[in-house]
Design a protein around this ligand. Structure first.
Ligand code: NAP
Length: 480
């Protein structure tokens, strides 16, 4: 008999899990999705200019060739449409419980008991296996700046864009300048009467070589046998071969820096502004911004880059050490509570162990997937599986592959739990690899905890991750 499987989240990871189960003929699963449609981060982030800086022929499932990409780097609506297409084509939508918000999962008598809210009702259901796929960028983070609640104008976060609020003629303050802000600032700058961009730390920015596909290219990519696969492979190898060594402080670190500095010089003629925008840490320590429209927006006459430290927010705007910058709209491009992972769900494993307590020193999981004392729990996009250089969809497919390899074992031998010694060995390997990476080097970022432990990123090359997740799982797990 097939195990009953609960999947939490209908973003790229949850959909991938559901699709692979369907393809394997396993239909005894339910996807719990608290929102009213699929898409995860691509449903939530609708800000103007939202898109992916990994080309979609790679930022898509390897098994689902798609004819509709209009350009190299399509925007959020196209990516969301692709996810809808996959949910429909593989017949998984019927298995998604929309509006079902899981708040509690408890392992008891070899079963996972889920508590979830659906509308006003609170319900329970039992499953053999729990797969969580809630993302790392799903909890918007607001800064803790004194006086924020006193602001008299309109405020919103980039991941909860207020489309009803017309920015035309407004005085807008944007706090933050990461990948999200870099994408929406050009659109805001075009509409606002004045825009202040509050920058605490500059980012390294490299150009985004975007281009629309002409009709012939689209036809060729669709009909020429092997062409789309070859193009995908080329993007993958290019990212792996050039960007990964930069993050590992290897041969391309200097080239990446040069590319970013050339881009800055080419797009920002003003030397004072260039100085403000030049980071003092190695590229890659924070996520490199890949964008060709961000710098030109900052050079507009109606835009100021403000680097004076913010002191407080008042009813009238944002006060810095140099005085008040008036605003009627504040947009927080301040990122996500990335190191909390599954925190909103109370997850209790064997012997009453709480996942949040076990992770008090920072989240960790074997392969980013399995946690000791939490049998039959599998995490997708879990700790140390984020990338700064390649497609997360690749990583998700590796994780789903691992779960699929585990399912026959647990069906035959009972609940499976990663061995503590496998976890210890994994931790040691991660730590050794992490020491070579650029993320520890002179910056704070969403990749790590306040104490400086990198809990989000995978420190190795992605082919290695594929190999490790494809290994027969039996030796790392115990059963029963
Ligand atoms: P982020 O990279 O975490 O950036 C947050 C920004 O807010 C930073 O500039 C940060 O400054 C600033 N900030 C936070 N608290 C502040 C405070 N108290 N005062 C002043 N500034 C403050 O968040 P994000 O831009 O939303 O991007 C998150 C991730 O989403 C990206 O790194 C990327 O992985 C993903 N993303 C990807 C794409 C894509 O194209 N693939 C697009 C958008 C987002 P500091 O740097 O000084 O901390």
């Amino acid at each position: 008999m097939s195990p009953r499987i609960a999947i939490i989240g209908a973003g790229f990871g949850g959909l991938c899990m559901a699709i692979q189960l369907e393809r394997a003929g396993i239909t005894s699963y339910t996807v719990f999705e608290k929102a009213d449609r699929v898409g995860g981060t691509w449903r939530d982030n609708t800000y103007p200019g939202a898109g992916c800086d990994i080309p979609s022929h790679l930022y898509s499932y390897s098994f689902e060739k798609y004819a509709s990409w209009s350009r190299r780097y399509p925007g959020q609506p196209e990516i969301l449409a692709y996810m809808d297409h996959c949910a429909d084509k593989y017949g998984v939508r019927r298995k998604i419980r929309f509006g079902a918000d899981v708040t509690d999962a408890r392992f008891h008598h070899d079963r996972w008991r889920l508590t979830f809210h659906e509308g006003t009702s609170r319900q329970r259901a039992d499953f053999d296996v729990l797969v969580t796929s809630v993302g790392q960028l799903n909890l918007p983070k607001f800064p803790e700046i004194p006086g924020m609640e006193e602001f008299a104008g309109t405020t919103f976060h980039s991941a909860r864009w207020n489309h009803a609020h017309d920015l035309s003629g407004r005085r807008v303050a944007v706090i933050g300048n990461g990948s999200s802000a870099a994408q929406f600032i050009p659109a805001v700058a075009e509409r606002a009467a004045h825009l202040d961009v509050f920058q605490r730390t500059p980012n390294w920015v490299i150009p985004k070589p975007d281009a629309a596909f002409g009709p012939l290219t689209r036809l060729a990519l669709h009909f020429v046998p092997g062409l789309q696969r070859a193009y995908r492979e080329w993007i993958y190898r290019y990212a792996e071969g050039t960007l990964y060594p930069a993050l590992a402080m290897g041969w391309s670190q200097g080239l990446l820096k040069k590319r970013a500095l050339d881009h800055l010089r080419a797009q920002v003629p003003d030397a004072d502004l260039r100085a403000k925008l030049t980071p003092a840490y190695p590229p890659g320590c924070k996520r490199v911004v890949i964008d060709s429209r961000f710098y030109p927006a900052l050079t507009r006459a109606n835009v100021d880059v403000v680097t004076d430290p913010i002191v407080r927010v008042t009813a009238k705007g944002v006060e810095t050490t140099e005085g008040l910058r008036e605003a009627d709209t504040i947009i927080y491009g301040t990122g996500f509570r990335t190191t909390e992972f599954l925190a909103p769900i109370t997850i209790t494993g064997r012997a009453g162990r709480r996942l949040n307590e076990q992770w008090a020193g920072g989240a960790e999981a074997y392969l980013g997937i399995s946690v000791p004392s939490f049998p039959n729990l599998f995490l997708l996009y879990g700790p140390n599986t984020n990338l700064g250089h390649n497609s997360i969809i690749f990583m998700l497919e590796c994780q789903v592959n691992h779960v699929m390899n585990c399912l026959p074992h647990l069906s035959a031998r009972g609940p499976m739990e990663v061995r503590p010694e496998a976890m210890t060995a994994w931790r040691g390997q991660l730590d050794a690899a992490m020491s070579r990476m650029v993320w520890g080097n002179g910056c704070q970022s969403w990749y790590k905890t306040a104490e400086g432990r990198v809990t989000n990123n995978w420190p190795g090359p992605t082919p290695l991750y594929r190999r490790l997740t494809a290994l027969p799982p039996v030796r790392a797990y115990r059963f029963g």
